[in-house]
Design a protein around this ligand. Structure first.
Ligand SMILES: O=C[C@H](O)[C@H](O)[C@H](O)COP(=O)(O)O
Length: 271
């Protein structure tokens, strides 16, 4: 039976031997970096990919590991006939570089499997996404897929999404965007909500999404209550295109941490 390397205890494997020789002569290996954890989660997710599938290709520093892995398997002939639908322009470039044939939702309206990262994941597999600005295309493509595998390192796990003090992104149209920012700011008066247009660069110009829109970041000092209700309230504001809460969409969560990789299925959740 395989034995886990000293730095990584995987479930179903016996722990590594702890003889005094090992302990005294070998310095412990450095801990895995966050990027190595992201790659582990991504590679585990790619095990779900089968030849002939239509794939939603996620965006970000975790999803790129899955894109590269799929490209490697195609080159090695271990996968054939897959088509990828990229969730951003950046992903389109990365997938092209990896040699993955690309398509879109109009040609392939039903997607077999999507693999993507997340900014926050709660125990019910609700997500915050879009801190990279790609939430709209991600939500369209991941909403059209049968299986949505979310890949994260353990730093992304939270008790309540939106409760970390970090941004909940909302995509808005540029027209009178400051009016929309004010409307968003007023929406959750009991939660200490702050709304800020995302700006970038030396000149602090508004960040522009792949769809030509802007992003408003919402920050909450306190819990904003029921997630579905909050979602409806945000979406009812004219000028809002979409927000970064992905509620009930993920079917599988793969988490890489110091103790190894764990897989959680939505079907296993209580209630
Ligand atoms: O807009 C960005 C996407 O929603 C990303 O999937 C999300 O921000 C996670 O990105 P990363 O894997 O780089 O942390």
């Amino acid at each position: 039976m395989a034995v886990a390397p000293p730095h990584l205890f995987l479930p179903n494997m016996p722990p590594p031997p702890t003889t005094s020789a090992v302990a005294t002569t070998s310095p412990p290996p450095p801990p895995l970096t966050q990027d190595e954890l992201k790659r582990m989660a991504a590679h585990r997710a790619v095990e779900y990919v089968k030849s002939g599938m239509v794939l939603g290709l996620g965006t970000g520093s975790t999803a790129v590991h899955a894109i590269r892995r799929i490209g490697d398997l195609l080159r090695e002939g271990k996968l054939t006939g897959v088509v990828g639908i990229p969730t951003s322009k950046m992903t389109e470039e990365q997938a092209t570089e990896a040699g993955i044939p690309l398509s879109d939702l109009e040609s392939h309206p039903s997607v077999d499997l999507a693999i993507d990262g997340a900014d926050e994941v709660d125990p019910q597999l609700n997500l915050v996404k879009g801190r990279g600005g790609s939430l709209l295309r991600e939500k369209m493509i991941e909403g059209a897929c049968e299986t949505f595998v979310v890949i994260v390192d353990e730093s992304k796990l939270v008790d309540h999404i939106g409760g970390t003090g970090l941004a909940l992104p909302v995509e808005v149209i540029p027209f009178c965007c400051n009016f929309t920012v004010e409307r968003l700011r007023e929406l959750f008066p009991d939660s200490g909500c702050r709304a800020e247009l995302r700006r970038v660069g030396e000149k602090q110009v508004p960040f522009v999404t792949d769809n030509g829109n802007y992003i408003v970041n919402l920050y909450f000092e306190r819990d904003f209550g029921d997630l579905n209700e909050a979602s409806d309230r945000i979406l009812r504001i004219p000028g809002v295109v979409e927000h970064g809460m992905f509620l009930g969409m993920a079917t599988t969560l793969i988490v890489a941490g110091k103790l190894g990789v764990t897989v959680k299925e939505k079907s296993e959740l209580a209630g």
